[in-house]
Design a protein around this ligand. Structure first.
Ligand code: K7E
Ligand code: CUA
Length: 638
Protein backbone atom coordinates (compact mmCIF):
# COMPACT_ATOMS: atom_id res chain seq x y z
CA UNK A 1 0.00 0.00 0.00
CA UNK A 2 2.70 2.37 1.03
CA UNK A 3 4.78 1.49 -1.99
CA UNK A 4 1.90 1.97 -4.33
CA UNK A 5 1.16 5.43 -3.00
CA UNK A 6 4.79 6.50 -3.11
CA UNK A 7 5.20 5.17 -6.59
CA UNK A 8 2.12 7.05 -7.72
CA UNK A 9 3.27 10.23 -6.07
CA UNK A 10 6.67 10.11 -7.73
CA UNK A 11 5.11 9.27 -11.08
CA UNK A 12 2.87 12.26 -10.67
CA UNK A 13 5.80 14.46 -9.80
CA UNK A 14 7.76 13.26 -12.81
CA UNK A 15 4.82 13.66 -15.15
CA UNK A 16 4.11 17.16 -13.95
CA UNK A 17 7.70 18.22 -14.27
CA UNK A 18 7.77 16.94 -17.84
CA UNK A 19 4.43 18.23 -19.04
CA UNK A 20 3.29 20.85 -16.58
CA UNK A 21 0.13 18.85 -15.97
CA UNK A 22 -0.63 15.64 -14.19
CA UNK A 23 -3.48 13.29 -13.66
CA UNK A 24 -3.57 11.30 -10.49
CA UNK A 25 -6.91 9.67 -11.15
CA UNK A 26 -5.57 6.34 -12.35
CA UNK A 27 -3.30 6.01 -9.36
CA UNK A 28 -5.77 6.62 -6.60
CA UNK A 29 -7.19 3.56 -4.92
CA UNK A 30 -10.57 5.17 -4.51
CA UNK A 31 -12.29 3.81 -7.63
CA UNK A 32 -14.32 1.45 -5.48
CA UNK A 33 -17.57 -0.05 -6.65
CA UNK A 34 -19.34 1.94 -3.93
CA UNK A 35 -18.17 5.16 -5.55
CA UNK A 36 -19.28 4.03 -8.96
CA UNK A 37 -22.67 3.04 -7.61
CA UNK A 38 -23.17 6.39 -5.94
CA UNK A 39 -22.20 8.32 -9.03
CA UNK A 40 -24.55 6.13 -11.08
CA UNK A 41 -27.37 7.07 -8.73
CA UNK A 42 -26.57 10.70 -9.30
CA UNK A 43 -27.09 10.37 -13.04
CA UNK A 44 -24.83 11.50 -15.84
CA UNK A 45 -22.83 14.71 -15.65
CA UNK A 46 -25.33 16.29 -18.06
CA UNK A 47 -28.27 15.31 -15.87
CA UNK A 48 -26.60 16.64 -12.75
CA UNK A 49 -25.88 20.05 -14.22
CA UNK A 50 -28.91 20.50 -16.49
CA UNK A 51 -31.40 23.04 -15.24
CA UNK A 52 -34.43 22.82 -17.52
CA UNK A 53 -36.03 25.96 -19.04
CA UNK A 54 -38.11 27.63 -16.35
CA UNK A 55 -36.31 25.88 -13.52
CA UNK A 56 -33.82 27.52 -11.22
CA UNK A 57 -30.42 26.71 -9.88
CA UNK A 58 -29.88 25.70 -6.29
CA UNK A 59 -27.01 28.10 -5.64
CA UNK A 60 -25.66 31.50 -6.51
CA UNK A 61 -22.00 31.66 -7.47
CA UNK A 62 -20.48 35.11 -6.90
CA UNK A 63 -17.11 35.37 -8.54
CA UNK A 64 -14.70 38.22 -8.65
CA UNK A 65 -14.21 39.93 -11.98
CA UNK A 66 -10.57 40.81 -11.29
CA UNK A 67 -9.40 43.82 -13.24
CA UNK A 68 -12.82 44.24 -14.87
CA UNK A 69 -13.74 45.80 -11.51
CA UNK A 70 -16.95 43.78 -11.44
CA UNK A 71 -18.54 40.78 -9.79
CA UNK A 72 -20.02 38.02 -11.93
CA UNK A 73 -23.03 36.06 -10.72
CA UNK A 74 -23.86 32.60 -12.05
CA UNK A 75 -26.25 29.85 -11.05
CA UNK A 76 -24.95 26.52 -9.80
CA UNK A 77 -24.86 23.81 -10.96
CA UNK A 78 -25.80 25.12 -14.42
CA UNK A 79 -22.92 27.68 -14.37
CA UNK A 80 -25.24 29.98 -16.35
CA UNK A 81 -24.26 33.62 -16.10
CA UNK A 82 -27.07 35.55 -14.39
CA UNK A 83 -25.81 39.08 -14.02
CA UNK A 84 -22.69 41.21 -13.81
CA UNK A 85 -22.64 43.54 -10.81
CA UNK A 86 -20.60 46.64 -11.55
CA UNK A 87 -18.58 47.68 -8.50
CA UNK A 88 -15.45 49.65 -9.32
CA UNK A 89 -16.14 50.39 -13.01
CA UNK A 90 -18.97 52.18 -14.78
CA UNK A 91 -21.50 49.98 -16.56
CA UNK A 92 -23.85 51.50 -19.12
CA UNK A 93 -25.91 48.30 -19.03
CA UNK A 94 -27.13 49.11 -15.55
CA UNK A 95 -26.47 52.86 -15.70
CA UNK A 96 -23.92 52.45 -12.90
CA UNK A 97 -21.46 55.31 -12.82
CA UNK A 98 -23.75 57.70 -14.74
CA UNK A 99 -26.17 58.92 -12.08
CA UNK A 100 -24.95 61.30 -9.37
CA UNK A 101 -24.89 58.77 -6.54
CA UNK A 102 -22.88 56.03 -8.23
CA UNK A 103 -20.65 58.60 -9.93
CA UNK A 104 -19.80 60.00 -6.53
CA UNK A 105 -19.07 56.50 -5.19
CA UNK A 106 -16.62 55.83 -8.03
CA UNK A 107 -14.95 59.20 -7.56
CA UNK A 108 -12.07 59.77 -9.94
CA UNK A 109 -11.42 56.06 -10.48
CA UNK A 110 -12.63 54.24 -13.57
CA UNK A 111 -11.57 50.72 -12.61
CA UNK A 112 -10.69 48.38 -9.80
CA UNK A 113 -9.15 44.94 -9.31
CA UNK A 114 -11.58 42.65 -7.50
CA UNK A 115 -10.02 39.52 -5.99
CA UNK A 116 -11.90 38.21 -2.98
CA UNK A 117 -15.63 38.39 -2.42
CA UNK A 118 -16.72 37.71 1.16
CA UNK A 119 -20.30 37.05 2.27
CA UNK A 120 -21.55 38.53 5.52
CA UNK A 121 -21.98 36.10 8.40
CA UNK A 122 -23.99 35.66 11.55
CA UNK A 123 -22.78 33.10 14.08
CA UNK A 124 -20.21 31.82 11.62
CA UNK A 125 -22.76 31.13 8.87
CA UNK A 126 -23.70 33.12 5.78
CA UNK A 127 -26.66 35.37 6.53
CA UNK A 128 -27.42 36.52 2.96
CA UNK A 129 -27.21 40.24 3.71
CA UNK A 130 -24.12 41.63 2.01
CA UNK A 131 -21.27 40.70 -0.27
CA UNK A 132 -18.01 42.54 0.32
CA UNK A 133 -15.26 42.79 -2.29
CA UNK A 134 -11.81 44.31 -2.40
CA UNK A 135 -10.00 46.51 -4.90
CA UNK A 136 -6.37 45.47 -5.00
CA UNK A 137 -5.43 48.39 -7.23
CA UNK A 138 -6.81 51.45 -5.53
CA UNK A 139 -7.02 50.26 -1.93
CA UNK A 140 -10.77 50.14 -1.57
CA UNK A 141 -13.52 47.79 -0.44
CA UNK A 142 -17.15 47.77 -1.50
CA UNK A 143 -20.42 46.50 -0.12
CA UNK A 144 -23.04 44.93 -2.36
CA UNK A 145 -26.54 44.62 -0.95
CA UNK A 146 -28.01 41.19 -1.70
CA UNK A 147 -31.55 42.58 -1.57
CA UNK A 148 -31.03 44.17 -4.96
CA UNK A 149 -27.55 43.02 -6.03
CA UNK A 150 -26.28 46.58 -6.19
CA UNK A 151 -23.14 48.25 -4.95
CA UNK A 152 -24.15 50.49 -2.05
CA UNK A 153 -20.85 51.69 -0.68
CA UNK A 154 -17.24 52.06 -1.70
CA UNK A 155 -14.88 52.74 1.18
CA UNK A 156 -11.45 54.05 0.40
CA UNK A 157 -8.78 54.56 -0.48
CA UNK A 158 -8.07 53.02 2.93
CA UNK A 159 -5.62 55.30 4.79
CA UNK A 160 -1.96 54.29 5.24
CA UNK A 161 -2.36 51.42 2.77
CA UNK A 162 -1.14 50.33 -0.63
CA UNK A 163 -2.41 47.31 -2.55
CA UNK A 164 -5.50 46.01 -0.76
CA UNK A 165 -5.07 42.36 -1.81
CA UNK A 166 -5.39 40.42 1.46
CA UNK A 167 -9.04 41.37 1.61
CA UNK A 168 -11.98 41.13 2.27
CA UNK A 169 -12.26 38.61 5.08
CA UNK A 170 -15.42 38.69 7.15
CA UNK A 171 -15.39 37.81 10.86
CA UNK A 172 -17.88 35.35 12.36
CA UNK A 173 -20.55 37.93 13.08
CA UNK A 174 -19.54 40.46 10.45
CA UNK A 175 -18.02 42.64 13.16
CA UNK A 176 -15.14 43.46 10.85
CA UNK A 177 -13.86 43.20 7.35
CA UNK A 178 -10.19 42.39 7.87
CA UNK A 179 -7.77 43.49 5.17
CA UNK A 180 -4.01 43.47 4.64
CA UNK A 181 -1.75 45.38 2.28
CA UNK A 182 0.06 43.65 -0.56
CA UNK A 183 2.45 46.54 -1.08
CA UNK A 184 4.41 48.63 1.36
CA UNK A 185 5.13 52.33 1.02
CA UNK A 186 6.76 55.06 3.08
CA UNK A 187 4.31 56.33 5.70
CA UNK A 188 2.63 58.68 6.16
CA UNK A 189 1.27 58.42 2.62
CA UNK A 190 2.86 60.90 0.29
CA UNK A 191 6.22 60.85 2.05
CA UNK A 192 9.16 60.12 -0.21
CA UNK A 193 11.87 57.60 0.58
CA UNK A 194 14.04 55.88 -2.02
CA UNK A 195 13.04 52.31 -2.85
CA UNK A 196 16.57 51.25 -1.86
CA UNK A 197 15.53 52.03 1.73
CA UNK A 198 12.62 49.59 1.43
CA UNK A 199 13.39 47.41 4.47
CA UNK A 200 13.78 50.35 6.84
CA UNK A 201 11.51 53.07 5.52
CA UNK A 202 8.55 51.21 4.07
CA UNK A 203 5.61 49.67 5.96
CA UNK A 204 2.62 47.46 5.38
CA UNK A 205 -0.64 47.51 7.29
CA UNK A 206 -3.34 45.19 8.53
CA UNK A 207 -6.69 46.95 8.98
CA UNK A 208 -9.92 46.27 10.78
CA UNK A 209 -12.80 47.84 8.86
CA UNK A 210 -15.85 48.08 11.07
CA UNK A 211 -19.19 46.86 9.69
CA UNK A 212 -22.31 48.57 11.02
CA UNK A 213 -24.54 45.69 12.18
CA UNK A 214 -27.72 47.36 10.92
CA UNK A 215 -26.78 49.10 7.69
CA UNK A 216 -23.61 47.22 6.77
CA UNK A 217 -21.85 50.57 6.41
CA UNK A 218 -18.09 50.24 6.50
CA UNK A 219 -15.72 52.52 8.36
CA UNK A 220 -12.03 52.32 9.19
CA UNK A 221 -11.65 50.96 12.73
CA UNK A 222 -7.95 50.50 13.50
CA UNK A 223 -4.71 49.37 11.93
CA UNK A 224 -1.62 47.38 12.86
CA UNK A 225 1.62 48.59 11.30
CA UNK A 226 3.93 45.84 9.99
CA UNK A 227 7.33 45.48 8.34
CA UNK A 228 7.27 45.65 4.54
CA UNK A 229 6.31 42.01 4.14
CA UNK A 230 4.00 41.66 1.17
CA UNK A 231 0.81 40.39 2.82
CA UNK A 232 -0.95 38.04 0.49
CA UNK A 233 -4.02 35.95 1.24
CA UNK A 234 -5.87 35.76 4.51
CA UNK A 235 -8.79 34.27 6.36
CA UNK A 236 -10.58 34.64 9.67
CA UNK A 237 -10.84 32.25 12.59
CA UNK A 238 -13.74 30.52 14.30
CA UNK A 239 -14.21 28.02 17.13
CA UNK A 240 -10.85 27.81 18.95
CA UNK A 241 -9.41 30.45 16.58
CA UNK A 242 -12.37 32.80 17.04
CA UNK A 243 -11.15 36.39 17.24
CA UNK A 244 -8.11 35.69 15.08
CA UNK A 245 -7.19 36.37 11.48
CA UNK A 246 -4.33 35.09 9.34
CA UNK A 247 -2.32 36.40 6.42
CA UNK A 248 0.62 34.96 4.51
CA UNK A 249 3.61 36.97 3.30
CA UNK A 250 5.51 36.12 0.15
CA UNK A 251 8.34 38.53 0.85
CA UNK A 252 9.68 38.27 4.38
CA UNK A 253 13.02 38.76 2.63
CA UNK A 254 11.87 42.37 2.26
CA UNK A 255 13.24 42.43 -1.26
CA UNK A 256 12.46 45.55 -3.26
CA UNK A 257 13.79 44.51 -6.66
CA UNK A 258 13.69 41.34 -8.79
CA UNK A 259 11.19 39.79 -6.39
CA UNK A 260 10.92 36.62 -8.45
CA UNK A 261 14.40 35.66 -7.23
CA UNK A 262 14.99 37.91 -4.27
CA UNK A 263 11.71 37.20 -2.50
CA UNK A 264 12.20 33.45 -2.94
CA UNK A 265 15.42 33.02 -0.99
CA UNK A 266 14.22 31.90 2.40
CA UNK A 267 12.89 28.40 2.89
CA UNK A 268 10.25 29.76 5.19
CA UNK A 269 8.36 33.01 5.01
CA UNK A 270 6.07 34.26 7.73
CA UNK A 271 2.37 34.26 8.23
CA UNK A 272 0.84 36.90 10.46
CA UNK A 273 -1.46 35.55 13.17
CA UNK A 274 -3.48 38.54 14.34
CA UNK A 275 -5.63 38.61 17.45
CA UNK A 276 -8.15 41.19 16.25
CA UNK A 277 -10.12 41.17 19.49
CA UNK A 278 -6.89 42.09 21.32
CA UNK A 279 -6.27 44.82 18.73
CA UNK A 280 -9.77 46.20 19.27
CA UNK A 281 -9.25 46.19 23.05
CA UNK A 282 -5.82 47.84 22.76
CA UNK A 283 -7.31 50.68 20.74
CA UNK A 284 -10.05 51.12 23.34
CA UNK A 285 -7.35 51.29 26.01
CA UNK A 286 -5.63 54.11 24.15
CA UNK A 287 -2.62 52.04 23.13
CA UNK A 288 -2.66 53.22 19.51
CA UNK A 289 -1.13 56.28 17.87
CA UNK A 290 -3.12 58.32 15.38
CA UNK A 291 -1.87 58.29 11.79
CA UNK A 292 -3.95 60.03 9.12
CA UNK A 293 -6.96 59.90 11.41
CA UNK A 294 -6.71 56.18 12.20
CA UNK A 295 -5.60 54.57 15.48
CA UNK A 296 -2.52 52.57 14.50
CA UNK A 297 -1.07 49.88 16.77
CA UNK A 298 2.67 49.27 16.89
CA UNK A 299 2.78 45.51 17.62
CA UNK A 300 6.20 45.81 19.26
CA UNK A 301 4.63 48.06 21.90
CA UNK A 302 1.38 46.14 22.28
CA UNK A 303 2.17 42.48 22.96
CA UNK A 304 -0.48 39.94 22.07
CA UNK A 305 -1.93 41.42 18.88
CA UNK A 306 0.51 39.93 16.36
CA UNK A 307 2.62 36.78 16.08
CA UNK A 308 4.68 35.51 13.18
CA UNK A 309 4.50 31.88 12.11
CA UNK A 310 7.15 30.36 9.82
CA UNK A 311 5.50 28.90 6.80
CA UNK A 312 6.45 26.98 3.62
CA UNK A 313 8.39 28.80 0.94
CA UNK A 314 6.59 31.76 -0.67
CA UNK A 315 3.10 30.99 0.60
CA UNK A 316 -0.11 32.16 -1.01
CA UNK A 317 -3.32 30.81 0.54
CA UNK A 318 -4.07 30.31 4.22
CA UNK A 319 -7.44 28.79 5.04
CA UNK A 320 -9.13 27.93 8.32
CA UNK A 321 -11.19 24.72 8.37
CA UNK A 322 -14.86 24.65 9.44
CA UNK A 323 -14.01 23.64 13.01
CA UNK A 324 -11.59 26.55 13.34
CA UNK A 325 -8.86 24.26 14.68
CA UNK A 326 -6.89 23.42 11.52
CA UNK A 327 -5.23 26.05 9.40
CA UNK A 328 -3.83 25.01 6.02
CA UNK A 329 -1.24 27.17 4.33
CA UNK A 330 0.51 26.42 1.09
CA UNK A 331 3.91 27.52 -0.15
CA UNK A 332 3.91 27.90 -3.92
CA UNK A 333 7.52 26.75 -4.10
CA UNK A 334 7.23 23.57 -2.08
CA UNK A 335 4.94 20.63 -2.91
CA UNK A 336 3.26 20.50 0.48
CA UNK A 337 0.45 22.12 2.37
CA UNK A 338 1.26 22.82 6.01
CA UNK A 339 -1.40 22.15 8.62
CA UNK A 340 -1.23 24.08 11.88
CA UNK A 341 -3.17 23.11 14.98
CA UNK A 342 -4.63 26.26 16.50
CA UNK A 343 -4.95 24.60 19.89
CA UNK A 344 -1.18 24.16 19.84
CA UNK A 345 -0.81 27.74 18.62
CA UNK A 346 -2.77 28.96 21.62
CA UNK A 347 -0.68 26.79 23.95
CA UNK A 348 2.56 28.03 22.38
CA UNK A 349 1.43 31.61 22.93
CA UNK A 350 0.41 30.88 26.53
CA UNK A 351 3.74 29.13 27.22
CA UNK A 352 5.77 31.70 25.28
CA UNK A 353 7.28 29.05 23.03
CA UNK A 354 8.91 31.44 20.62
CA UNK A 355 11.78 30.53 18.34
CA UNK A 356 12.80 34.09 17.61
CA UNK A 357 11.62 37.67 17.52
CA UNK A 358 11.38 39.98 14.56
CA UNK A 359 11.33 43.70 15.30
CA UNK A 360 9.78 43.08 18.69
CA UNK A 361 7.16 40.59 17.48
CA UNK A 362 7.45 36.95 18.62
CA UNK A 363 7.94 34.21 16.03
CA UNK A 364 6.12 31.06 17.15
CA UNK A 365 8.05 27.81 17.32
CA UNK A 366 7.17 26.02 14.09
CA UNK A 367 7.87 22.52 15.39
CA UNK A 368 5.53 23.00 18.30
CA UNK A 369 2.47 24.21 16.37
CA UNK A 370 2.67 22.27 13.12
CA UNK A 371 0.53 19.17 12.72
CA UNK A 372 2.03 18.01 9.43
CA UNK A 373 3.09 18.83 5.90
CA UNK A 374 0.81 17.08 3.44
CA UNK A 375 2.45 16.23 0.10
CA UNK A 376 -0.39 17.56 -2.03
CA UNK A 377 1.55 18.23 -5.24
CA UNK A 378 3.16 20.99 -7.21
CA UNK A 379 2.38 24.65 -6.78
CA UNK A 380 -0.27 24.49 -4.04
CA UNK A 381 -2.23 27.72 -3.65
CA UNK A 382 -5.60 27.65 -1.92
CA UNK A 383 -7.51 25.17 0.23
CA UNK A 384 -11.24 24.66 0.68
CA UNK A 385 -13.20 22.30 2.91
CA UNK A 386 -16.25 20.09 2.41
CA UNK A 387 -17.30 19.87 6.07
CA UNK A 388 -16.86 16.08 5.96
CA UNK A 389 -13.26 16.04 7.12
CA UNK A 390 -11.69 16.63 3.71
CA UNK A 391 -9.65 19.48 2.32
CA UNK A 392 -9.13 20.37 -1.34
CA UNK A 393 -6.03 22.22 -2.45
CA UNK A 394 -5.53 23.85 -5.84
CA UNK A 395 -2.24 22.98 -7.56
CA UNK A 396 -1.25 25.69 -9.98
CA UNK A 397 1.80 24.06 -11.52
CA UNK A 398 0.28 20.60 -11.65
CA UNK A 399 -3.09 21.86 -13.00
CA UNK A 400 -4.96 19.72 -10.54
CA UNK A 401 -6.98 19.66 -7.34
CA UNK A 402 -5.80 17.41 -4.52
CA UNK A 403 -8.29 16.02 -2.03
CA UNK A 404 -6.77 15.15 1.33
CA UNK A 405 -7.90 14.16 4.76
CA UNK A 406 -7.82 16.67 7.58
CA UNK A 407 -6.46 15.70 11.00
CA UNK A 408 -6.93 14.02 13.36
CA UNK A 409 -4.75 11.47 11.59
CA UNK A 410 -4.04 7.85 12.50
CA UNK A 411 -0.50 6.89 13.47
CA UNK A 412 -0.03 5.28 10.06
CA UNK A 413 -1.20 8.43 8.31
CA UNK A 414 0.99 10.57 10.49
CA UNK A 415 3.99 8.41 9.72
CA UNK A 416 3.38 8.80 6.02
CA UNK A 417 1.23 11.76 5.15
CA UNK A 418 0.97 10.60 1.53
CA UNK A 419 -1.76 8.33 2.89
CA UNK A 420 -3.87 11.38 3.61
CA UNK A 421 -3.96 12.36 -0.06
CA UNK A 422 -7.16 10.63 -1.18
CA UNK A 423 -7.68 11.74 -4.74
CA UNK A 424 -6.49 14.10 -7.41
CA UNK A 425 -8.22 15.45 -10.51
CA UNK A 426 -6.74 17.31 -13.46
CA UNK A 427 -8.12 20.74 -14.38
CA UNK A 428 -7.61 22.84 -17.49
CA UNK A 429 -5.33 24.68 -16.87
CA UNK A 430 -3.24 26.23 -14.11
CA UNK A 431 -5.85 26.60 -11.42
CA UNK A 432 -5.78 29.62 -9.13
CA UNK A 433 -8.53 29.69 -6.56
CA UNK A 434 -11.11 27.00 -5.97
CA UNK A 435 -14.33 27.32 -4.03
CA UNK A 436 -16.69 25.07 -2.12
CA UNK A 437 -19.92 26.64 -0.89
CA UNK A 438 -19.67 27.70 2.73
CA UNK A 439 -16.05 26.55 3.10
CA UNK A 440 -15.33 29.55 5.32
CA UNK A 441 -18.39 28.89 7.51
CA UNK A 442 -19.01 26.35 10.26
CA UNK A 443 -20.98 24.11 7.86
CA UNK A 444 -19.90 23.90 4.22
CA UNK A 445 -22.40 22.63 1.64
CA UNK A 446 -19.85 20.08 0.48
CA UNK A 447 -21.39 19.07 -2.85
CA UNK A 448 -19.80 21.21 -5.58
CA UNK A 449 -16.33 22.56 -6.13
CA UNK A 450 -15.60 25.20 -8.74
CA UNK A 451 -12.06 25.31 -10.07
CA UNK A 452 -11.14 28.78 -11.35
CA UNK A 453 -8.41 28.19 -13.86
CA UNK A 454 -6.08 30.86 -15.09
CA UNK A 455 -5.69 29.46 -18.59
CA UNK A 456 -7.99 27.66 -21.00
CA UNK A 457 -5.48 26.98 -23.79
CA UNK A 458 -7.78 26.29 -26.70
CA UNK A 459 -10.60 24.41 -24.98
CA UNK A 460 -13.21 26.55 -26.75
CA UNK A 461 -13.85 28.32 -30.04
CA UNK A 462 -11.07 30.77 -30.69
CA UNK A 463 -11.87 34.43 -30.14
CA UNK A 464 -8.39 35.65 -30.83
CA UNK A 465 -5.25 35.80 -28.75
CA UNK A 466 -6.97 36.47 -25.43
CA UNK A 467 -8.89 33.37 -24.45
CA UNK A 468 -11.72 33.37 -21.92
CA UNK A 469 -10.90 32.12 -18.44
CA UNK A 470 -12.04 28.60 -17.75
CA UNK A 471 -14.08 27.57 -14.72
CA UNK A 472 -14.77 23.91 -14.09
CA UNK A 473 -17.46 22.33 -11.97
CA UNK A 474 -16.45 19.28 -9.96
CA UNK A 475 -18.83 16.99 -8.09
CA UNK A 476 -17.26 16.22 -4.70
CA UNK A 477 -20.05 14.13 -3.18
CA UNK A 478 -18.31 10.82 -3.95
CA UNK A 479 -15.00 9.55 -2.75
CA UNK A 480 -13.48 10.44 -6.10
CA UNK A 481 -13.94 13.88 -7.58
CA UNK A 482 -15.78 14.04 -10.89
CA UNK A 483 -15.49 16.76 -13.51
CA UNK A 484 -19.01 17.51 -14.75
CA UNK A 485 -19.04 20.88 -16.49
CA UNK A 486 -16.88 23.64 -17.87
CA UNK A 487 -17.73 27.25 -18.55
CA UNK A 488 -15.95 30.42 -19.48
CA UNK A 489 -15.94 33.93 -18.10
CA UNK A 490 -14.57 37.36 -18.77
CA UNK A 491 -11.28 38.29 -17.13
CA UNK A 492 -10.56 37.54 -14.46
CA UNK A 493 -11.96 35.43 -11.70
CA UNK A 494 -9.90 35.01 -8.54
CA UNK A 495 -11.92 33.88 -5.55
CA UNK A 496 -15.67 33.21 -5.34
CA UNK A 497 -18.41 32.56 -2.82
CA UNK A 498 -21.35 30.20 -3.17
CA UNK A 499 -24.66 30.94 -1.46
CA UNK A 500 -27.76 28.73 -1.21
CA UNK A 501 -30.37 30.45 -3.36
CA UNK A 502 -33.11 30.13 -0.74
CA UNK A 503 -31.00 32.19 1.68
CA UNK A 504 -32.12 35.38 -0.05
CA UNK A 505 -35.31 36.81 -1.48
CA UNK A 506 -34.20 39.71 -3.67
CA UNK A 507 -36.77 42.49 -3.96
CA UNK A 508 -38.48 42.77 -7.34
CA UNK A 509 -39.72 46.36 -7.27
CA UNK A 510 -38.87 49.25 -4.96
CA UNK A 511 -42.28 49.83 -3.32
CA UNK A 512 -43.63 53.27 -4.11
CA UNK A 513 -44.99 53.45 -0.56
CA UNK A 514 -41.46 53.08 0.82
CA UNK A 515 -39.81 55.63 -1.41
CA UNK A 516 -38.51 58.44 0.73
CA UNK A 517 -36.86 60.26 -2.12
CA UNK A 518 -38.14 63.86 -1.98
CA UNK A 519 -37.53 64.21 -5.71
CA UNK A 520 -39.70 61.26 -6.74
CA UNK A 521 -42.72 61.91 -8.98
CA UNK A 522 -45.30 59.19 -9.44
CA UNK A 523 -47.35 60.37 -12.43
CA UNK A 524 -46.80 62.18 -15.69
CA UNK A 525 -49.02 65.00 -14.47
CA UNK A 526 -46.90 65.56 -11.37
CA UNK A 527 -43.73 65.82 -13.40
CA UNK A 528 -42.22 69.32 -13.35
CA UNK A 529 -39.37 71.35 -14.54
CA UNK A 530 -38.24 74.75 -13.46
CA UNK A 531 -35.52 77.08 -14.50
CA UNK A 532 -33.77 79.66 -12.43
CA UNK A 533 -30.78 81.58 -13.79
CA UNK A 534 -28.03 79.08 -14.56
CA UNK A 535 -29.95 76.01 -13.48
CA UNK A 536 -32.71 73.76 -14.77
CA UNK A 537 -34.26 71.23 -12.42
CA UNK A 538 -36.64 68.59 -13.72
CA UNK A 539 -38.56 65.89 -11.90
CA UNK A 540 -39.13 63.38 -14.65
CA UNK A 541 -41.63 60.52 -14.55
CA UNK A 542 -40.94 57.49 -16.71
CA UNK A 543 -43.82 55.14 -17.39
CA UNK A 544 -44.71 52.91 -20.32
CA UNK A 545 -44.19 54.48 -22.78
CA UNK A 546 -43.63 58.16 -22.09
CA UNK A 547 -41.43 60.59 -20.27
CA UNK A 548 -43.01 63.56 -18.54
CA UNK A 549 -41.95 66.20 -19.37
CA UNK A 550 -40.85 65.17 -22.83
CA UNK A 551 -39.34 68.56 -23.60
CA UNK A 552 -36.81 70.19 -21.33
CA UNK A 553 -35.42 73.59 -22.23
CA UNK A 554 -32.14 74.98 -20.99
CA UNK A 555 -29.74 77.72 -21.93
CA UNK A 556 -26.20 76.93 -22.81
CA UNK A 557 -24.08 76.97 -19.66
CA UNK A 558 -26.95 75.88 -17.44
CA UNK A 559 -26.50 73.15 -14.90
CA UNK A 560 -29.19 70.56 -15.56
CA UNK A 561 -30.42 68.41 -12.69
CA UNK A 562 -32.74 65.57 -13.62
CA UNK A 563 -34.52 63.44 -11.02
CA UNK A 564 -36.00 60.53 -12.92
CA UNK A 565 -38.54 58.19 -11.33
CA UNK A 566 -39.55 54.89 -12.84
CA UNK A 567 -43.22 54.92 -11.84
CA UNK A 568 -43.73 51.21 -12.63
CA UNK A 569 -44.57 48.78 -9.85
CA UNK A 570 -44.27 45.76 -12.13
CA UNK A 571 -41.22 43.57 -11.85
CA UNK A 572 -38.61 43.74 -14.60
CA UNK A 573 -40.05 46.84 -16.28
CA UNK A 574 -36.95 48.96 -16.48
CA UNK A 575 -36.62 52.36 -18.13
CA UNK A 576 -33.47 54.01 -19.32
CA UNK A 577 -32.75 57.68 -19.94
CA UNK A 578 -30.06 58.54 -22.45
CA UNK A 579 -29.38 61.89 -24.07
CA UNK A 580 -27.94 61.65 -27.54
CA UNK A 581 -24.56 63.36 -27.68
CA UNK A 582 -24.34 63.91 -23.93
CA UNK A 583 -22.56 60.67 -22.95
CA UNK A 584 -25.21 59.89 -20.43
CA UNK A 585 -27.30 56.80 -19.75
CA UNK A 586 -29.25 56.37 -16.53
CA UNK A 587 -31.13 53.13 -15.87
CA UNK A 588 -34.02 53.26 -13.44
CA UNK A 589 -35.56 50.15 -11.88
CA UNK A 590 -39.27 49.94 -10.99
CA UNK A 591 -40.05 52.33 -8.16
CA UNK A 592 -36.56 53.83 -8.19
CA UNK A 593 -35.57 57.50 -8.48
CA UNK A 594 -32.16 58.45 -9.79
CA UNK A 595 -30.61 61.87 -10.13
CA UNK A 596 -28.15 63.07 -12.71
CA UNK A 597 -26.43 66.45 -12.95
CA UNK A 598 -24.62 67.77 -16.01
CA UNK A 599 -23.77 70.97 -17.81
CA UNK A 600 -25.71 71.93 -20.94
CA UNK A 601 -22.47 72.89 -22.64
CA UNK A 602 -23.50 72.95 -26.28
CA UNK A 603 -26.31 74.65 -28.16
CA UNK A 604 -28.72 72.47 -30.10
CA UNK A 605 -31.58 70.05 -29.77
CA UNK A 606 -30.66 66.75 -28.20
CA UNK A 607 -33.10 63.85 -28.35
CA UNK A 608 -33.41 61.75 -25.22
CA UNK A 609 -34.84 58.26 -25.23
CA UNK A 610 -35.47 55.15 -23.20
CA UNK A 611 -32.58 52.69 -23.58
CA UNK A 612 -34.14 49.65 -21.93
CA UNK A 613 -36.79 47.81 -23.96
CA UNK A 614 -39.98 48.25 -21.95
CA UNK A 615 -43.07 47.84 -24.14
CA UNK A 616 -44.30 47.54 -27.71
CA UNK A 617 -44.07 51.35 -27.83
CA UNK A 618 -40.60 51.50 -26.29
CA UNK A 619 -39.29 53.16 -29.44
CA UNK A 620 -41.80 55.98 -28.93
CA UNK A 621 -40.49 56.69 -25.44
CA UNK A 622 -38.44 59.77 -26.30
CA UNK A 623 -38.24 63.54 -25.88
CA UNK A 624 -36.00 66.55 -26.46
CA UNK A 625 -33.51 68.57 -24.53
CA UNK A 626 -33.45 72.03 -26.09
CA UNK A 627 -30.33 74.01 -25.35
CA UNK A 628 -30.79 77.62 -26.45
CA UNK A 629 -28.09 80.21 -26.92
CA UNK A 630 -27.57 82.27 -23.79
CA UNK A 631 -30.04 85.12 -23.45
CA UNK A 632 -28.97 88.53 -22.24
CA UNK A 633 -31.80 88.89 -19.75
CA UNK A 634 -33.06 86.18 -17.45
CA UNK A 635 -35.81 84.40 -19.33
CA UNK A 636 -38.54 82.36 -17.76
CA UNK A 637 -39.12 78.88 -19.06
CA UNK A 638 -41.83 78.45 -21.72
CU1 K7E B 1 -5.78 35.31 -7.63
CU2 K7E B 1 -6.57 35.21 -4.13
CU3 K7E B 1 -5.58 37.53 -5.63
CU4 K7E B 1 -4.82 33.35 -5.47
S1 K7E B 1 -5.31 35.51 -5.66
S2 K7E B 1 -4.91 32.70 -7.45
CU1 CUA C 1 -39.01 52.72 -21.25
CU2 CUA C 1 -38.09 51.54 -23.00
Amino acid sequence: MKMKTSYCASLTLLASLLTGTAFFAGCSDSGSSATQASSQNKGSAAERTYVAPGEKDEYYLFYSGGHSGQVFVAGLPSMRHLITIPVFAPSPGTGYGFDDESREMLGDFTWGDVHHPGLSKTDGMYDGRWLFVNDNANNRVARIDLRDFKTKQILGPIPNSSGNHGSSFVTENSEYLLVGTRFSVPLPMGRFAPVEDYADEFNGMVSGLKVDPESGDLSVGWQIITPPFNWDLGSTGKGPSSGWAFWTSYNTEMAHTKLEANASQRDRDYAAFVNWRAAEAAVKDGKADMLDGVPVIDPAKVPGVLYYVPIGKSPHGIDVDPSGRWIAASGKLQPTTTVFDFEKVQAAIDNKEFQAEFRGVPVLNYDVIVEGEVPVGLGPLHTQYDGKGNAYTSLYIESAVAKWKLPPWTDAEKANLEFTVLDKIGVHYNIGHLVIGGSDTRAPYGDWLVAMNKLSKGRHLSVGPSQPESSQLIDITGRKMEMVYESFTDPEPHFAQILKADMIQPIEVYPKAESNNPNAVWSLSDATYTREPGKVTAKVAAVRSQFGPDKITAEVGDTVVLHITNVEQTTDIIHGFAISGYDLNVIIDPGETKSVTFKADKVGVFPFYCTNFCSALHQEMQGYLEVKPASVTTASVD
